[in-house]
Design a protein around this ligand. Structure first.
Ligand SMILES: *Cc1c(COP(=O)(O)O)cnc(C)c1O
Length: 376
């Protein structure tokens, strides 16, 4: 470790230094204009993101959790309507469903991809089911072709939580491509600083190809008004500010490079661990690219807590995404059995991955991981 830069889960500072001049100039323009809410940077970002994603409407908002809440509020759902979601994901999705007095129905995930197991969705559908909400976890798409077919057959909405996979490509069996988050009725994302496209605070966005839904989403995000001071429905106040949009305008241009850098780091880890049977490296489905928001491996016969401590002693951080399945969380407790989700919460470990990973870091991390797992 002597002389080596500190290893972090995410290195936002090194990333900033590479685009500092442009980011600083863009931010200064906003400050000089004194237009902090609304403004040209927000409009420009909206248009650039629409183009990047090839989606008709992008509605910026305050964060990724708001984006999910606004998406569900735009759907005319009634109390106790059921929403299908994976049991192994970040809690934001379950939280907004419960907050809106809807019922989260947890479905198990696939052991190799960590995404919702589409073969288990049909059995979870009841008369009250109104939507399926897949999460493109850790950076790769769920099986959207099957999910869309099930939704079509049962007349359900599809809301994609795309907070972790912005930039990933989905390839349909016809060969037609789509950006993740743009296949269902509504997609949502987060610009939290450590996300693949992150700003310098909070931010989020909602995508849709549907004109009527876009109108409704805009209203919900803006106090339920279309005309100022005329409130037709109950909404919320959720907006992306002009400074954040200015930063995102610069970073969006680099998103594909950022994704490539993450993939290169993931490939390094995969190669280094390929012969180690105590480590199961992440699997990418054939129908999607992976943008590695997280590099999450599974441990096989290794004491995870001991490994985590031993890595920390070497200056290597690691994280457990996620330690508790949603149906086991106190706030969302349900008496259902999701064996894969439960197994994953006990075996996953995520290693540092970001856009500025250095080869010396990757070599050091992989060397230490292999040494430690073979000691116990
Ligand atoms: C980060 C994240 C969110 C929430 O985004 P915020 O901007 O923090 O509100 C929602 N879903 C998933 C899967 C996330 O990773």
């Amino acid at each position: 470790m002597e002389g080596m830069q500190k290893i972090q889960m995410v290195d936002l500072h090194s990333q900033y230094l590479k685009i500092k001049d442009e980011v600083d100039a863009e931010m200064q323009q906003v400050i000089d204009s004194s237009i902090f809410i609304g403004g040209s940077k927000v409009q420009q970002f909206k248009e650039s993101l629409q183009k990047y994603l090839n989606v008709k409407h992008v509605i910026p908002c305050a964060n990724g959790t708001d984006a999910l809440q606004i998406a569900f509020m735009a759907l005319d759902l009634k109390q106790d309507d059921e929403i299908i979601l994976p049991g192994f994901t970040y809690a934001a999705l379950s939280e907004v469903i419960a907050l809106l007095k809807l019922k989260p129905v947890f479905v198990d995930v696939e052991e190799d991809t960590f995404n919702i197991d589409s073969s288990k969705i049909q059995d979870a559908i009841t008369e009250r089911t109104k939507a399926i909400a897949p999460v493109h976890l850790f950076g790769q798409c769920a099986n959207m072709e099957e999910i869309l077919a099930i939704a079509n057959k049962n007349d359900l909405y599809v809301i994609e939580d795309n907070a972790q996979a912005i930039g990933a490509d989905y390839v349909y069996s016809t060969g037609i491509k789509s950006k993740s988050g743009c296949m269902g009725d509504i997609g949502t994302t987060s610009f939290f600083p450590s996300k693949n496209l992150g700003c310098f605070g909070d931010g989020g966005a909602i995508f849709t190809k549907d004109d009527a839904l876009a109108e409704k989403i805009k209203m919900v995000a803006n106090h339920g008004q279309k005309t100022k001071y005329y409130h037709d429905i109950i909404g919320v106040n959720s907006r992306l500010d002009n400074l954040q949009a200015a930063i995102l305008n610069v970073k969006l241009k680099h998103l594909d490079t950022y994704c490539d850098n993450r993939v290169a780091a993931a490939n390094f880890y995969n190669d280094a661990f390929s012969k180690e049977n105590k480590i199961i490296t992440p699997v990418t489905s054939s129908f999607t690219t992976h943008v590695f928001h997280q590099y999450t491996m599974k441990l096989n016969g290794v004491d995870r807590d001991a490994l985590k401590v031993a890595l920390q002693e070497q200056g290597i951080p690691s994280m457990v995404y996620y330690p508790v399945a949603l149906h086991k969380q106190k706030a969302y407790l349900q008496d259902v059995s999701l064996p894969v989700s439960e197994k994953l919460t006990n075996s996953v470990l995520s290693l540092p991955i970001h856009t500025e990973m250095k080869e010396e870091h990757l070599s050091f991390i992989t060397e230490k991981v292999l040494q430690i797992v073979n000691k116990n």
